[in-house]
Each structure stands twice: as C-alpha cells, then as structure tokens.
Design a protein around this ligand. Structure first.
Ligand code: CA
Length: 403
C-alpha cells in the first residue's frame, strides 16, 4: 500500500467507491472476516467497525454476511454509507490502512449461508433456442412462458464459491446410439446467469409485491449453473432438472449491493402478452443493463446482455412468493441463462454450438462442443454507474475429471 493513492481503487475503476461489494475472506491461517472490496484490496469490515462504529460491529462477528442480510435496507444503507465515507475521507486512512489486504493474499468463501435456491428461465432467446433444440417441430416457447416466470427449485447445498473446481458428474443418459448409458457426462455445459441474494426474510403466507423488491433483495452476483445436458435431457421428462444440475452451481465471491446498480436500472422489454396484476411492473421497472462476458480458457466466446431479459428480478421475487412461500435471509434466486438475440450473445455452449453440432474454435485452434476436463470458464459482467462502469464479482471454475 505504500505510495498508493487513497482510496486504493483499481486502474479501470471497476471496483471503486460506487461499487463496494461484500465478501467473506481470510488471510492464510487467519479468521474469516466480512470484507468490502475496493480495487484489488479487501477491507476487514468487522475490524473497521470495531474501531470506528463499535455499536454495529456485532453484525460482522461471525465472518459472514448472515446477520447483516437479516437486518433490512436501513441497516444495509447505514453500513454502506459508513464504508463509503471511511474509504473516501483521508482522515480515516491511518485506521483503515492496516485493515486493507491485497486480494491475492486472501482466500474467499461463500459470503453468506445459502438458504433456498430457485433458478428461473427468464430470457426469451434462451427459452426459444432450447425449445427449438429439445422440442423440434413444436412451438419453441411453452404456452405458460409469457404468463409467468418459469423456474425450478435447485440444490442450495451444492452452491460453491467462485474458483472451486467442478468435478465432472456421472449419471445415466441415452447415448448417441440410443442405448441407455451410465458414466461421466459427455455434455458438460455452463449457463451464464445473474443471481439475486435475499436479505430480509418473510413470514409464511406473506407475499412480496414487485414494488417491495429493494426492501428484500440485498445484492447481485454472477452465477454459473453447470449443466450435464445428456443427464438433463434424459431425466427431465416430464419433471426436472435434477441430477443434471445439482452436482455444482458456482457463485461469485463478491456480492454487489443493489443500490450500486441504481444507474443500471432500465425499462424491461415490452411484453406482448397481458400479465396478471401481481406481475405488473410499469411503476417499478427493474430491467438491469448488465453486460456479461463468457470466457473459455481465456477466449471470449459470448457477450450476453442482461437488459433484454423478459422477466425482471422483481417479478421473479413477486412470483416465487405469490403463493405465500416464505423467504429466509440468504435465499438465492437466479435469472436463468442470459442469452440475447445475436449468436455471439448466447449464454451456454448448448446454444453457442447448437447442441454440439457446430463446435466453437478456441484461440489455441482446438474445438469445443461441450467442456473438456481441465477447461476453465470465467463469467464477468459490468454495469453503468453515474460516471463510469462497475464490475460484478467474476464467477470462475475449472473442470476436473470424474472421480
Ligand atoms: Ca439455469
């Protein structure tokens, strides 16, 4: 830190004062602490509060975001305002400088204890592409698709932090010869998605209207919904997905608070079917102008735009609680694969290679239908701020051979 400017933002400004995402980190052999990322450093937020605002220090004492999540937006805003003030005002530098650690000296883990996990299917282009491949000759979109955000309950216990190795799953599927087969998946894929982290919980029987979205959602992250297409295709008739998805789902280590995305809010696309009143969002549009990118072994293979998503996250939350299902702090819901209209904007290899029939050519000259052992996938995203851009925390993972 000697000689570095204050605050220590990164050169591109992607993790500046208007971002300040939260994580859980530790130094080698040290205790886990709640961290706020600034540039390529992480501030030990719990220690900062113990020095500068001890009344709130207990919120961070377990080293994860769990207690903070459960409080609600007034406390979220107060904590964020404190962190922002301390990092921008030079008078706090002597206190904070010893509490700032270079990211490359830290380990990270999931920033919070994950509650329930729901995955939606909210990109019209993705649903259309999958429909054309999986149900040829039929209408690409299911008949309910424009009346409700379709989703399924995923496996919360196998959500892993970015950087965790992904072991190729085993399962049963129909082989290319049409015979039943069992073994390591031969069609391991990714799904580039945006995840929303629930803060405040609700009571059973309570629903969250679209307008109350910012009262309950704490922040945003990137998610990779690893998918074994051969397993998924065989098991998911008529239910599922189950084992084709549940082996691992990767989540960013850094959670960007929802208010950091205020300048990224836009109107969602025009909906061409009437929606029930509980889904209407004309007064509370939560389209978000997030620009994703997907890299496979370093090669840029797709740039999915989140802005075109048919259903907003506020509608997803309203839908998943309209039956009275309760929320818990740490619940996660994800958008579904983000795919835009252009062929270079699709968020899965299934689509990018049209079910493996049109392989991608990578920088090293090799070709990919689906993922090979050793392949690394990194998903990143940026969003506009008032005067620049910020980045969401990346989500990465490398494929390991089946055990
Ligand atoms: Ca998915």
């Amino acid at each position: 830190m000697t000689g570095a400017g204050w605050p220590p933002v990164d050169e591109a400004g992607l993790f500046g004062l208007d971002n300040l995402p939260y994580g859980s980190a530790s130094r080698s052999g040290g205790d886990w602490f709640v961290a706020v990322r600034i540039g390529n450093h992480a501030l030990d937020l719990g220690a900062a509060f113990r020095h500068l605002s001890p009344g709130d220090a207990d919120l961070f004492s377990d080293g994860r975001l769990d207690r903070l999540l459960a409080t609600g937006p007034r406390t979220w805003d107060r904590v964020r305002a404190n962190a922002s003030t301390w990092l921008s005002d030079g008078q706090f530098r002597p206190v904070l400088q010893p509490l700032l650690h270079p990211l490359d000296s830290l380990r990270t883990r999931l920033a919070f204890t994950v509650g329930d996990y729901v995955d939606f299917y909210a990109a019209e282009q993705h649903a259309t592409n999958v429909g054309q491949m999986f149900r040829p000759g039929q209408a690409a979109l299911p008949p309910n698709w424009k009346h409700l955000p379709i989703g399924y309950h995923g496996r919360a216990g196998t959500i892993v932090v970015s950087g965790t190795g992904i072991t190729r799953p085993r399962g049963q599927y129909r082989g290319v010869d049409g015979q039943l087969a069992f073994g390591p998946s031969t069609c391991l894929d990714i799904e580039a998605e945006v995840a929303f982290v629930v803060g405040r919980g609700t009571a059973l029987g309570q629903s969250v209207p679209v307008a109350d979205f910012p009262q309950y959602v704490f922040g945003v992250a990137l998610l990779n919904d690893w998918s074994a297409r051969d397993v998924q295709r065989w098991e998911a008739a008529p239910l599922g997905p189950l084992l084709g998805k549940s082996f691992a789902t990767s989540l960013s280590a850094w959670i960007t608070p929802l208010p950091a995305l205020a300048a990224a809010r836009r109107r969602p696309p025009v909906r061409d079917e009437p929606m029930l009143p509980y889904l209407q969002d004309a007064e509370d549009p939560w389209g978000l102008d997030l620009q994703l990118e997907v890299r496979l072994n370093g090669a840029l293979v797709s740039r999915p735009p989140f802005l075109g998503m048919y259903w907003s996250a506020a509608q997803m939350l309203a839908h998943m609680t309209v039956n009275g299902a309760s929320l818990r702090p740490g619940d996660v819901f994800a958008s579904g694969t983000v795919s835009g209209p252009g062929r270079d904007q699709w968020g899965s290899l299934l689509e990018l290679t049209w079910d493996g029939t049109e392989p991608l050519r990578l920088d090293d000259g090799s070709q990919r239908g689906f993922l090979q052992d050793g392949d690394e996938v990194v998903i990143r995203a940026t969003a506009p701020t008032r005067d620049g851009r910020l980045a969401l925390g990346e989500v990465s993972g490398r494929v390991r051979p089946a055990g």
